[in-house]
Design a protein around this ligand. Sequence first.
Ligand code: ADP
Length: 501
Amino acid sequence: MKKWQKLVTGTLTVAAVLTLAACGGQKAVKKTKPSTSDATAAASAKSAYTPTSEMKSSYDVVIIGAGGAGMTAAIEAKDAGMNPVILEKMPVAGGNTSKSSAGMNASETTVEHAQGVADSNQQFFDETLKGGGGTNDQALLRYFVDHSASAIDWLATNGIVLDNLTTTGGMSVARTHRPSDGSAIGQYLVAGLEKNIKSREIPLFVNSDVTAITEKDGKISGVKVKVDETKTKTISAKAVVVTTGGFGANKAMIKKYRPDLKDYVSTNAAGATGDGIKMIEKLGGATVDLDKIQIHPTVFKKTGYLVTEAVRGEGAILVNKAGKRFVNEMDTRDKVSAAELKQTGQTAYIIFGDATKSAVKAIDQYISKKIVTSASSLTELAKKIGVDQSQLDKTVASWNEAVASKTDSAFGRSTGMSKAITGTYYAIPVSPGIHHIMGGVKINTNTEVLKQDGKAIPGLYAAGEVTGGLHGSNRIGGNAVADIIIFGRQAGTQAAAYAKK
Ligand code: ADP
């Protein structure tokens, strides 16, 4: 029986549900330098990139940033009969999108129907609003849920099939759509979008850093793009779509909007520097919620590598230097992060055993990245990581009793309690890290960029993490990918319609 069949027939174990839920919608982890797998992806995608020499001085629609939102917008603009171009400042496409793991939330989809999942757009709306602390832009949210099912179909039509359902934190039904094999969505989505860009012969220039959006007679007229250290090119366009992502990799902006987070490590791709926000502000565009920044509690500090929630969901605990637990590890990201920051060194250790290791595929990657310490006894593990030895022994023993009795009297944890910590013991040091920017530029449901007075800037569109409002004060896992596809499509469609006028 496939995983989704188990899920819909209700035989999926609690632990498995938690694993799936715990994947959490992160648009996660990337080192500033491309890894081997990034390099491999880059090499295979290389032929999709257009040589700089072919860059023209005029296009119908210029799209800034080749993440999920930008590539989606380009496909829609092209299919609407326009001639779009994508300008990407990094050497590879993908941005934070390529790191997303959980999947794409959507309601009333053909996939849900086929698998017997009862869901409704209203329920999706209500749960996202609740997760966002009630502060979400409700017009955007309504558009989002109502266009989620068609976005899943649109992806499938374009060969990107998300027919494996799971659940993320804050969602009550299996509405997170993933690749058939249940793997992380990011690389699959980016590869699928790149394929569509290539087959439509949409020019995609990398190493092309857009430094300004130009205006003429009160309308957007194009962009200025740096194509090498010394050369800046001016490109004219009828419409410009900004899909530059967030600013999770820009320390100065983090410091400006959230001084309390200034020393945090970031899980973000190197290109997430807030350029779109700055360029749009220069044009008088409004912003919302720039101080709403999602922190992820389990990030390997030295590299910004994110350790998925699935590890805790499959039975890991967090301990401090004294070898003690200090929080319900399955609480929301903000609460677990806050508790970690109160510990010595603002650091904790994720501790788990063999059963958890076997249940979470990603742990093998963590081992190969050398961020995991292992030992055959807890005493040895404690010694290796510098944690109080006798206390760690006691903590794990009492945790294993809590697992056996399904009662965590210490912190009231009720999920991720099906696996005792036994066999070989493992530890990963973690700290809270900057993960997702909820805020951004203000748009309406047509993805038009708005000024302070609520009027649209003619010819300027934005979609994805660069925009704000949809998620309110807290983003639900699986909603970031839904955001980039749903509003990326809308941006491409609207920009093309405007360019045709
Ligand atoms: P989203 O999830 O909203 O699509 P991503 O982070 O996946 O956002 O993608 C945004 C992309 O925009 C990244 O690949 C990033 O390198 C690119 N980008 C950011 N700023 C610029 C810029 N000034 N010029 C060109 N590309 C940019």
